[in-house]
Design a protein around this ligand. Structure first.
Ligand code: NAD
Ligand code: AKB
Length: 319
């Protein structure tokens, strides 16, 4: 088997995807890479690590050649809040990085996983049970790069035969690495603050309903999609996947089941609120279920119980 390269590996997803891939395929076969230097002693130190800036094609080319890479999980990107602050940089990293990865994949016959997002939809998209194929006119720079990325992946598959695959991921909730500056980050921050201080000040309105998923389901979805028979993939790039939908108010109630004196209040960030108001409340993921057997394991109650148990172990503090 040829090697697997993960770009942006030190981020929220990569911190859990790399160990999962190493467990499945062997530590030596999975090369973690990021713009940042790998902290020694981290999980990323359990196998090969390379410093790769995806905006520099020669750095991607060099690591693909040296490690005989056959599959690239391309995670390097700026998330929605950061992309709104720095739209020009977001275009360079999100689009330039993906273009460079696809070009190397074309030359070295690599398969590519590239995540899209609920951010690929916009205010004119139906917000409930958002269909697999529907209007995509996002108004954020993040969304623009996500739609363009879906199309670029389709183009490389159709024109050059590159095996490109992708998921439209909801907001991801996890307890290993903190999220990197998105609109759905509140759904992670709230757990840390609830355990530490029994209080959280939320940057979205109490009724902002969004599609969400627990990280173990997301990691399984990525690996399952990449292992699926190519002939069964009717949408290859950007399958809707869904697990749960909730508002900050509903999540706070679920946390109160475990931490009864937890209190939430609201200090709305208008930039993230505007982005959230343009995103789906729930996705129709029937194509992923039919084509490659997608089904989530975690709902709101089981995710919340697991997050609290694991973060109590990690952070200590009162039970
Ligand atoms: P993150 O911000 O936590 O991590 C991104 C990583 O990319 C960081 O470690 C950063 O150092 C690295 N990076 C930035 N610029 C780089 C460059 N030029 N070259 C190499 N590395 C660079 O992001 P994440 O949450 O792990 O997301 C990964 C991918 O999944 C992104 O495409 C994101 O849009 C997508 N996604 C994430 C979520 C989510 O909720 N986390 C949801 C939907 C889609
Ligand atoms: C963000 O909020 O930017 C991400 C995403 C849903 O794409 N978490």
């Amino acid at each position: 088997m040829r090697g697997i390269l993960v770009t942006g590996a030190l981020g929220q997803i990569g911190s859990e995807l790399v160990p999962a891939l190493r467990e499945r395929y062997g530590a030596d076969l999975v090369v973690a890479s990021d713009l940042r230097m790998s902290p020694s002693g981290s999980d990323q130190a359990e196998g090969p690590y390379a410093h790769v800036d995806c905006t520099d094609p020669s750095q991607i080319l060099e690591v693909v050649r040296r490690h005989e890479i056959g599959t690239i999980y391309h995670l390097a990107a700026l998330l929605s809040r950061v992309a709104e602050e720095k739209p020009q940089v977001a275009w360079t990293v999100n689009m330039g990085g993906l273009y460079n990865v696809l070009e190397v994949a074309r030359q070295y016959d690599c398969a590519v996983f590239s995540p899209s997002s609920i951010g690929a939809f916009g205010p004119s998209t139906p917000r409930d049970q958002t269909p697999q194929v529907t209007i995509q006119r996002p108004t954020s720079m993040y969304g623009v790069t996500k739609v363009a990325g879906e199309l670029l992946g389709d183009f490389y598959a159709a024109r050059f035969g590159v095996d490109t695959r992708g998921l439209r991921l909801p907001g991801l909730i996890s307890h290993i690495a903190l999220p990197g500056g998105g609109t759905t980050d509140y759904a992670v921050d709230i757990f840390y603050q609830a355990i530490r201080y029994r209080h959280y000040s939320c940057f979205l309105r109490p009724d902002s309903c969004l599609d969400m998923m627990y990280m173990p389901d997301a990691i399984r979805a990525m690996i399952t999609l990449m292992e699926a028979d190519e002939t069964s993939l009717t949408h290859r790039n950007a399958y809707n996947v869904a697990a749960m939908s909730f508002t900050p108010d509903r999540l706070a109630q679920e946390i109160q089941v475990h931490i009864p004196d937890f209190v939430i209040d609201y200090e709305v960030d208008p930039v993230r609120q505007a982005i959230a108001d343009s995103w789906p409340r729930s996705l129709d993921d029937s194509a992923a279920r039919t084509d490659w057997g997608w089904a989530p394991d975690y709902d709101l109650a089981s995710m919340t119980a697991d997050m609290i148990a694991r973060l109590r172990g990690k952070l200590g503090g009162p039970n």
